[in-house]
Design a protein around this ligand. Structure first.
Ligand code: ADP
Length: 648
């Protein structure tokens, strides 16, 4: 099968013959009609003016056969007049036997070809060949025009010495001109008000073989502003004449896309900077919070007037609230930057749910709500995963459910969604009978800092809980989503994949819950540069265990000197300190001191929760961490653990 592209021209072509000898015209028609390769109709005009008038209204000709000697124009100017008005036409010049030189010049000037006519005779084969070539050329030009239209790109050429200027239709369209109504001559370009005048100005700036590009802002009659890229290259032909060729391209869309990209980059950068600032400010706030909470706790243990007790309790409660917010911000930042280490510990699910109930049912009671938690029998109890993160998500969902419910209650159900030999997917559903969430907000509530405002009620919170919960669930390969109906209540669903623990008894968490925390008399070293923190830790520990002596070093060097003097049962090490920081001090102790000093348990006190910090600590030989600001119970438990069993 032969592929025949659609040309826009009929198979049956038309040729315009501008020739005053009508018998000659008839001859051409006969020749063409005899040809099997090229069937065409010949339209004959006997003067240049008539020919141009015909082209003005009808330019659907495969070619124009032009005799240079016409009643109203003779010689080379006949061609020039026609080319200037119709630069896109395929003009084939008919010359006499002795005028071959004229034919060659005609081609140089822009004619497509020339044919020599002897008296009454024309080489028929040559004529057909030339016309077929014309037809193909016209097809190529028409496809080029289509491509230019699609790309919003046009080309132009200018030869000032010959007063020649041609621009493709798309150049006119880009400048909001109709190419069938407006075309400009070389002289028109000189006028400053001519829309194509910038092309001429561009030419003045270069000489062969230079090339130049400029961007131009064009205001259209519709007031729309386009950005146009003008490109021009200067050439020199063999006769030394200079001519210019160029491209005009509408790049408005690319420009807009570029500006959008820049705006997006800037917005992303700003968001990153903002996050960084929030995270580092929050981090800085944790150390003073440590002092506020520690001293408030100590103050509560001293004899106080009832009024004073109320004030200190309020300080403590507000500090806890503030600390929750700071921790949320830090956790979002850690999650967003992939800085959270995933844990997999053996744990029991039902005690975890019991703890959830025992903490939350007080809140439910305060609002006279019911709280029910049920776990299906087929859900295995001993599992491997991260019980802290799972609790965090459930506490958040139940906390929200209670917060946004005024009557009725909250029901948590745990069912088995799927299971294989080693793995289960648990389905937690937290259902409330609260205010509900509009359908269009059901996804937005999982975005950071997004809350649904209610002008009549104030609910505490900064809109981070759900975004943290979703990120945590997804970190562990699960899914968190919500269903809701305004006024009827909401259900928050979690699918959480977990491994099943081996049948052997579950490993006990290293931090055994020992309410007595009994320890032998011991001496421990606190390495900390912050004076308030020194006081808080020393007071808390010595009050808890009067048999404990807490000595303080202000920095690493001092700690090493003190360790030279005596042995310590444990070291509490701040990480950021002047002179010698916690990492360097630990490295020194592990590498340069002799046993048993080199094997003393070292617990880092850090406000950083990133996994990289924890990894660096482990690499230098730190045994464990105490997060700042610490909960007293956490501090007591971890110290008890390390003082009551042999380590290293
Ligand atoms: P916040 O700490 O502000 O409550 P969250 O991220 O936990 O932040 O929740 C975001 C918002 O989602 C809440 O402010 C609330 O508008 C809506 N929301 C969350 N849980 C519920 C619920 N159980 N019922 C109704 N609205 C809820």
């Amino acid at each position: 099968m032969i592929y025949k592209p659609h040309s826009g021209l009929e198979d049956f072509s038309r040729v315009l013959l501008i020739e005053d000898d009508t018998s000659y015209a008839r001859l051409v028609e006969l020749m063409l009609n005899e040809s099997e390769l090229f069937r065409c109709e010949v339209v004959n005009c006997t003067t240049l003016e008539a020919g141009m008038a015909t082209l003005e209204t009808d330019d659907n000709f495969a070619a124009v056969l032009l005799d240079l000697s016409l009643p109203d124009s003779t010689g080379f100017s006949t061609l020039e007049s026609l080319l200037t008005r119709f630069p896109n036409q395929n003009i084939i010049v008919l010359t006499g036997l002795d005028d071959e030189a004229i034919g060659v010049s005609a081609v140089k000037a822009g004619a497509q070809d020339f044919l020599i006519k002897r008296t009454g005779i024309l080489d028929g084969h040559l004529l057909v060949k030339t016309l077929r070539f014309s037809k193909e050329r016209k097809q190529i030009i028409s496809r080029l025009e289509e491509a230019q239209r699609a790309a919003r790109l046009g080309h132009w050429e200018c030869r000032p010495d010959r007063h020649f200027f041609f621009a493709s239709d798309e150049v006119y369209r880009i400048f909001d001109l109709d190419p069938s109504l407006t075309t400009y001559s070389c002289d028109d370009l000189l006028l400053p008000e001519c829309p194509l005048n910038p092309l001429l100005i561009l030419q003045w700036k270069i000489t062969p073989p230079q090339e130049r590009s400029e961007e131009l802002r064009v205001r259209l009659s519709s007031d729309e502003i386009l950005t146009v890229l003008l490109t021009c290259k200067a050439h020199q032909d063999v006769d030394g004449g200079v001519y210019y060729r160029g491209i005009v391209q509408d790049i408005t869309q690319q420009k807009q896309a570029e500006e959008l990209r820049k705006a997006r980059d800037l917005a992303e950068h700003t968001a990153k900077v903002r996050e960084k600032v929030i995270a580092s400010v929050s981090h800085e706030m944790r150390t003073p919070m440590n002092a506020i909470m520690g001293f408030s706790s100590l103050l509560l243990q001293t004899p106080l007037q009832p009024e004073q007790t109320r004030y200190v309790t309020s300080i403590l409660q507000s500090s806890e609230l503030l600390l929750d917010i700071i921790n949320d911000i830090l956790q979002v930042s850690a999650l967003q930057h992939g800085h959270l280490s995933l844990k997999s510990d053996v744990f029991e699910l039902r005690p975890l749910l019991q703890q959830l109930h025992s903490v939350m049912h007080f809140r439910a009671m305060e609002k006279s709500l019911s709280l029910e938690i049920s776990c299906h029998d087929d859900v295995p109890d001993k599992l491997v995963g991260d019980p802290q993160r799972l609790s965090q998500v459930l506490f958040n969902l139940v906390g929200n459910a209670l917060k946004f419910t005024d009557k009725g209650g909250v029901k948590v159900t745990v069912t088995l969604e799927a299971h294989s030999e080693r793995q289960v997917v648990l389905h937690f559903a937290v259902k409330d009978s609260g205010i509900g969430i509009p359908k269009e907000e059901l996804e937005a509530i999982f975005e950071a800092f997004t809350r649904i405002t209610d002008k009549d009620r104030f609910y505490e919170g900064i809109g981070l809980g759900l975004s943290i919960a979703r990120m945590l669930v997804e970190e562990y390969g699960g899914r968190l989503w919500a269903e809701s109906e305004v006024g009827a209540g909401s259900v928050f669903h979690v699918h959480w994949p977990l491994l099943m623990a081996a049948a052997t008894p579950a490993e006990q968490s290293p931090l055994v819950n020992d309410s007595l925390y009994a320890i032998e008399p011991a001496r421990i070293l606190l390495v900390e540069d912050h004076q308030l923190n020194q006081l808080v830790v020393k007071h808390l520990l010595e009050k808890k265990w009067p048999q404990l002596t807490v000595e303080v070093a202000n920095h690493g060097d001092e700690a090493i000197q003190m360790m030279d003097q005596r042995d310590y049962a444990l070291i509490l090490m701040d990480l950021q300190m002047p002179v010698r920081d916690g990492y360097e001090t630990t490295t020194y102790i592990r590498q340069h001191l002799t046993a048993p000093k080199s094997r003393v348990p070292i617990l880092a006190m850090t406000a950083h929760i990133q996994s990289t910090v924890q990894e660096n600590c482990r690499n230098v030989g730190i045994n464990d961490f105490i997060m700042k600001p610490f909960e007293q119970d956490q501090l007591f438990r971890i110290i008890h653990h390390y003082l009551s069993s042999p380590h290293l």
